[in-house]
Design a protein around this ligand. Structure first.
Ligand code: NAD
Length: 533
């Protein structure tokens, strides 16, 4: 960097800013140091988080110089490839940038990072989180991680994963989620603040691998924690890539190194080692019943975001054409993998035929031939009646093709009318197969929906214009998310109001997790002072 560039940058930083002389000198010195040979590239040495003035300067430098030093990430002509944000696919799993050979090393590094992070200001935290959002909102990267997730897991669909990843980056709450309570009186002033747990162990699913990493990283870092991720082994490559990208961005922004880490070879053994490590103070499991039960038996503070089996009820007062379109959209979203997606349809008999016709009009393939239904059961169910892993997250066209049915390419879901005890109804398949159960009236529909939700307290959907019945179902089913007259994904924040989360904790009650879910309430008491009433 030329001296004139440095002077320009200093002038820009300080214009309109009445900086003390000492600050001007410090900024100039820091800029000069950064321009020395060997310090250029995407990532600068993380400054030791200490003096708040360093933090201010860090922020100013990042804004002023970050983009210049990171031109390689944008232009693809990196002079320091080891530090570049454009990591080749085959380098995602190498040690470095938050990836460790052993779980013990990963946790120790995260614990040291979190100790340093305690001394970073809230504005620094915000800057780091804004940086993560920026990384994952890059359209080329969104496409890349979404495509890799589909290729590596064999599940889902790229276009919908782009929507989900973008949603996680854009609408996961940051530090604004941490609100302080204050009580004042004759005895002084008390503050109750939301403070970090320390190192959190976060276990992530194969169905939303990068979405959960983005969402958890933002929320957990916002609350002042470091995170050790334990991704699903099937989503290893893309999960490690996301974690590396996070580390490189954090390093470029001057954050303590290793705030977000994982191991090179995620496995059940490594997850168990992570859960047992004394320096991991909280566990967050996003996955099926087994892992939720495991973290809840760990003896540590745990959040369990478990399975769902969301029923969708349609009564005779609903706008049937709209309900049909919403149901097909929600049920086919990412090939039905979201835990919130419509898994079984309960329709009042009076409108069931009309609804069926509208579903077909919107891309449902209706299967009525008993032999074809039997073939589908054989294909997608295990001997125990659960979903065949190889069929989870596959498209309707793929599933139909496997049973010898050549469906139109625009086919989006498979519709089958069944009894209420059929495994397609009872099990969480995570495939675009929608069983329809016909019932006599809306009250029967609501009662059945409560049974089929299995007490997961996850998600339910209802299409009705009868406010009393909507209220009745919402009260009785007790789900964390209840969507009225919309597709299930409105509950995630796609086309619905509210923030996004990919860790929906029904079993442990946090519900829609966000930064405050990953924080402890701590009390700071100032005795006999600062009460000014
Ligand atoms: P899964 O339970 O098979 O795996 C989830 C994670 O737990 C993975 O990282 C896996 O490696 C790990 N794991 C599983 N069993 C373990 C054990 N005994 N010991 C240690 N680690 C273990 O689930 P999945 O197939 O990846 O994801 C789908 C499930 O997750 C569905 O049931 C879905 O509803 C649920 N899910 C829930 C939410 C939510 O927010 N509630 C979000 C996404 C997915």
């Amino acid at each position: 960097m030329k001296d004139s560039d440095i002077e320009d940058a200093v002038a820009r930083v300080l214009s309109g800013y009445t900086a003390p002389k000492s600050l001007e000198a410090t900024v100039t010195k820091a800029l000069t140091d950064l321009a020395k040979p060997g310090t250029q590239g995407c990532v600068r040495e993380a400054p030791k988080p200490a003096d708040p003035i360093d933090d201010i300067i860090g922020g100013i430098l990042t804004r002023e110089l970050g983009e210049k030093n990171c031109s390689c990430c944008k232009a693809g002509s990196c002079t320091a490839p080891a530090n570049c944000l454009s990591i080749p696919d085959d380098q995602a799993e190498t040690v470095g940038d938050g990836i460790f050979a052993t779980m013990d090393a990963a946790v120790e590094a995260a614990a040291e990072a979190q100790r340093q992070y305690l001394f970073c200001s809230m504005s620094a935290r915000k800057r780091f989180i804004d940086g993560l959002r920026e990384v994952f909102l890059n359209p080329a990267l969104l496409e890349r991680i979404s495509r890799l997730a589909v290729e590596q897991t064999g599940m889902g669909n790229v276009a919908h994963k782009i929507i989900k990843n973008r949603l996680a980056a854009e609408k996961t709450p940051g530090i604004e989620d941490l609100t302080t309570e204050a009580q004042s009186g004759d005895d002084g002033l008390t503050l109750v603040e939301l403070s970090a747990y320390g190192v959190i162990g976060a276990i992530t699913p194969t169905t939303n691998p990068t979405e959960t990493i983005i969402c958890n990283a933002i929320g957990m870092l916002a609350a002042g924690n470091a995170v050790v991720f334990s991704p699903h082994p099937r989503a290893r490559g893309v999960s490690l890539l996301a974690i590396k990208l996070i580390n490189r961005k954090l390093a470029a922004l001057g954050a303590p190194a290793n705030l977000v880490v994982t191991v090179q070879a995620p496995s059940i053994e490594n997850t168990n080692a992570m859960m047992a490590h004394p320096k991991v103070r909280m566990l967050v499991a996003t996955g099926g019943p087994a892992i939720v039960k495991t973290v809840l038996s760990s003896g540590k503070k745990a959040i369990g975001a478990g399975a769902g089996n969301p029923p969708v009820v349609v009564d005779e007062t609903a706008d049937i054409p709209k309900a049909a379109l919403d149901i097909v959209n929600g049920c086919s979203f990412d090939n039905n993998m979201p835990c919130v997606a419509e898994k079984e349809l309960i329709a009042v008999a009076e409108i069931a035929d009309f609804l069926t016709a509208e579903l077909v009009r919107n891309g449902a393939h209706r299967l009525t031939d008993p032999a074809q239904i039997a073939a589908l059961e054989k294909l997608v169910l295990t001997e125990k009646g659960g979903p065949q892993t190889g069929c989870v997250g596959k498209s309707a066209v793929w599933l139909l093709d496997k049973i010898g049915v050549k469906a139109a390419p625009e086919t989006r879901i498979i519709l089958i009318e069944t009894g209420k005890d059929h495994p397609f109804v009872v099990e969480e398949l995570m495939m675009p197969i929608l069983p329809l159960v016909r019932v006599a009236c809306v009250d029967e529909a609501i009662d059945l929906a409560v049974v089929l939700e299995h007490g997961n307290r996850h998600t339910a959907i209802m299409h009705s214009t009868n406010v009393r019945k909507l209220t009745k179902m919402a009260k009785l089913i007790q789900t964390t998310i209840f969507v009225k007259n919309g597709p299930s994904y409105a509950g995630l924040g796609v086309g619905g109001e509210g923030y996004a989360t990919f860790t929906i904790a029904g079993p442990t009650g946090e519900g829609l997790t966000s930064a405050r879910s990953f924080a402890r309430r701590r009390k700071c008491v100032m005795v006999e002072a600062l009460n000014v009433r």
